[in-house]
Design a protein around this ligand. Structure first.
Ligand SMILES: [Zn+2]
Length: 255
């Protein structure tokens, strides 16, 4: 909604500025602020998934349940996923794994255990290309569908959930996703577990806002993240939090 308002204001500004320029009332330079504003906004929309600028993105529950958390793990499965699964099992917690197709091919047994343990599996593209933001609609669609096929062949399920690599969305990615009909899942609690080195800093970062921002983005790709998870699960259990997979988290929305 707000996107339409902002685009509308920018377009109106451009039309008025153009009209005045044509009538020699203004110099061409007056178009520049509107143009810069629009470019800035577009770039912000590309990198901040929470804006849902190009396609609706789930990044919070419209009907939040108290003390309910959705942990999400991106970029696996990897051998670290097994440690994550052991910890989740120990604390009877459920979570969601956004898997890369190539990783699923490499670690099919771990993928099967994720599902068997009651967690949700989502699509995180086939190869997680660094160039994701520059691919054509057809190429993005291929990345998504190839991962879908692997999930289907390996696990005999269809996942309606997709999380964009790097959280990047743009018109091509949005168009591809409208065609594949995935539900785009963002986050509102970014752990930065692949960036921050200190485990305690990462834990505090997540924990201090877990009540208001319960969709946590983690990665099952390093020992550091496993250690953060161990501390987090212990604390959340003490505080009586319920840790649910995405299916349950989203079903609660509808109640
Ligand atoms: Zn990723």
């Amino acid at each position: 909604m707000w996107r339409k308002i902002v685009v509308g204001i920018t377009v109106a500004y451009a039309i008025i500025a153009l009209y005045l320029i044509v009538n020699n009332s203004l110099s061409l330079a007056w178009l520049l602020p509107g143009l810069l504003f629009f470019i800035g906004l577009f770039s912000w929309g590309v990198f901040d998934i929470r804006l849902g600028f190009f396609i609706p993105v789930v990044f919070k529950s419209p009907n939040p349940q108290p003390r309910t958390v959705a942990l999400t793990f991106d970029d696996g499965p990897t051998p670290y996923t097994l440690e994550v699964l052991d910890l989740l099992q120990q604390y009877q917690a459920k979570a969601t794994f956004f898997c890369i197709g190539q990783q699923l091919e490499q670690y099919p047994d771990i993928a099967k255990r994720i599902l068997a343990d009651g967690h949700t599996i989502g699509n995180h593209s086939y190869s997680h290309p660094n160039s994701m933001g520059f691919l054509s609609t057809a190429q993005v669609k291929e990345e998504i569908q190839k991962c879908d096929q692997i999930i289907e062949q390996l696990l005999q399920i269809k996942s309606p959930f997709y999380r964009p690599p790097f959280g990047i969305t743009n018109p091509h990615i949005a168009k591809a996703l409208r065609q594949t009909k995935h539900r785009v899942i963002g986050w509102n609690n970014r752990s930065l577990d692949t960036v921050i080195q200190d485990e305690n800093t990462i834990f505090k970062r997540i924990y201090k806002r877990i009540d208001r921002q319960p969709i946590v983005l983690l990665h099952d790709t390093s020992n550091r993240s496993v250690q953060v998870l161990a501390t987090l699960l212990k604390q959340l259990q003490q505080d009586n939090y319920k840790l649910v997979n995405l299916v349950e988290f989203l079903n609660e929305e509808k109640q």
